[in-house]
Design a protein around this ligand. Structure first.
Ligand code: UDP
Length: 245
């Protein structure tokens, strides 16, 4: 397979048909702009199963997305898009960087769902940016920003419901969007990347136990157990969690 791109947690390979790409989920974990690194055996498998299940569930809505189907334990077939270099962060409860930035207390519910945009640029540490910055830097146009914002709210409602059925509280998450080229030169903005405990904060509703990547960021241990717990609550039939070949 032809490698197109290698990121921190995934590799992208050319897909079997034009306009398709294969997303391969690695076991690498990074945090704090890749200053902290480790390999957690089976994390890629868990994220592939969890993200595939969430994107499949999104088919119950009319939110457009890139997911076509899961191909194997670590791979999924997706539509090829041009990723918009903006990380869209949605917050319902204060946690992580917003606590450091604004002095909010972790676990404090926010009055409204908050959407933040960050520039997707590791060399700059993914800085938070405003719509005006996005406009000046020509990262996305007004139509695309509106589309991303309205889809982010709809994804939030959908994920909140999905996780609450599993007794999990959605605290915050990061999503990315891509431009899908279609006939006639017009393009559609669709949800891309992954939705997994690597980019969501998920707390057990009863105990507030963290079931997400904060287990790695904060050296809490038990990340694989927590991700497996989420997969089990989703009733996923998991394979044996083996190291990458
Ligand atoms: N997030 C992510 N990738 C990033 C930055 C953030 O997936 O590069 C997710 C993170 O997992 C959390 C949410 O976005 O669910 C908000 O993250 P935050 O800004 O608090 O950053 P962090 O605490 O990771 O520095």
């Amino acid at each position: 397979m032809k490698l197109l791109y290698e990121g921190k947690a995934k590799k992208l390979f050319a897909g079997p048909d034009t306009g398709t790409v294969i997303q391969y989920f690695k076991d690498d974990a990074t945090a704090f702009n890749a200053q902290k690194k480790d390999t957690l055996i089976g994390k890629g498998i868990l994220n592939n199963y969890i993200s595939s299940c969430i994107f499949e569930a999104l088919n119950q809505t009319d939110i457009p997305h890139h997911f076509i189907r899961q191909l194997s334990d670590r791979e999924q077939l997706v539509k090829e898009v041009q990723i918009i270099p903006i990380e869209v962060i949605v917050r319902k409860v204060a946690a992580g960087s917003i606590c450091k930035r604004l002095g909010l207390k972790e676990g404090e519910p926010l009055a409204n769902t908050l959407i933040e945009f960050c520039l997707k640029d590791d060399s700059l540490g993914d800085p938070i940016i405003s719509r005006e910055h996005i406009e000046v830097m020509q990262l996305a146009d007004e139509f695309e920003m509106d589309a991303m914002t309205s889809m982010a709210y709809r994804v939030t409602d959908f994920l909140t419901g999905l996780f609450s059925m599993m007794q999990i509280q959605l605290i915050d998450f990061k999503i990315e969007f891509g431009r899908l080229n279609s006939v006639g030169g017009f393009h559609e903005v669709i949800l891309a990347d992954e939705i997994s405990p690597d980019n969501c904060r998920l707390w057990d509703m009863k105990t507030n136990e963290k079931l997400d990547k904060d287990r790695f960021r904060r050296d809490l241990g038990g990340l694989i157990e927590s991700y497996t717990d989420i997969a089990n609550r989703m009733s996923l039939k998991l394979p044996e969690l083996k190291a990458e070949l």
